[in-house]
Ligand binder design. Structure first.
Ligand code: COA
Length: 169
């Protein structure tokens, strides 16, 4: 167990900002999907580390929706919060908000849910501290995540039942 004490989602939540540079753009002049995913992975990991107090790895990206393009020069606000914890895994939700640098107008451009796994010093999965949702919104996020996790575990079982793909270079 990484810590006996439970934590609220707001105790580990992360918010950070970027300015989108031309090197992060595709030929259309909007942020490259791979760059957006790397920002998402980074803030999710930070929220996971803050919750667990130990190393975490990304086991999967369960949902990823690019709703609106993000333009070069936009400010990007990244918000990550732990939605739900199981034994050694946790779901982190991430919002990528595009902000107009001059008007401050905001739009949720991308959303994602990631599964992270907490590891001990031997790189083995370890139990994570309980999550203590406080607000109505946190409780609702917890319940929605619980259903997603259930569905994901079911889907993984189906995929893994005799359907492992062999990699032949
Ligand atoms: C994630 C990882 C540690 C899981 O190891 P494992 O030996 O399969 O562990 P277990 O079977 O004991 O499962 C541990 C937890 O991970 C979850 N898990 C395992 N594979 C998963 C997957 N593909 N997607 C989501 N969750 C997964 C399990 O449901 C379990 O959760 P629970 O304890 O809350 O019930 C291992 O697959 C790994 O190291 N993957 C590579 C991670 C990585 O390199 N990420 C990119 C850089 S951060």
């Amino acid at each position: 167990m990484t810590s006996d004490r439970g934590k609220t989602p707001s105790e580990s939540a992360v918010e950070t900002r970027y300015l989108v540079m031309p090197t992060q753009a595709n030929p259309q002049g909007t942020a490259f999907g791979g760059a957006i995913v790397s920002w998402i992975d980074m803030v999710a990991a930070m929220a996971g580390q803050r919750h667990c107090g130990c190393e975490v790895v990304t086991a999967g990206i369960d949902t990823l929706i690019f709703r609106h393009p993000i333009r070069i020069g936009d400010h990007v606000v990244l918000r990550a919060a732990v939605n739900y914890v199981s034994r050694s895994s946790l779901e982190v939700g991430v919002q990528v908000i595009r902000e107009d640098p001059y008007t401050g107008g905001q739009l949720v451009a991308t959303t994602a849910h990631l599964t992270l796994v907490a590891l001990d010093r031997n790189k083995k999965p370890v139990a994570v501290p309980p999550l203590l949702p406080q607000t109505e919104e946190e409780k609702s996020r917890y319940e929605h995540a619980r259903l997603r996790v259930q569905a994901r575990k079911e889907r993984l079982r189906t995929v893994q039942d005799g359907n492992e793909i062999e990699y032949r270079p």
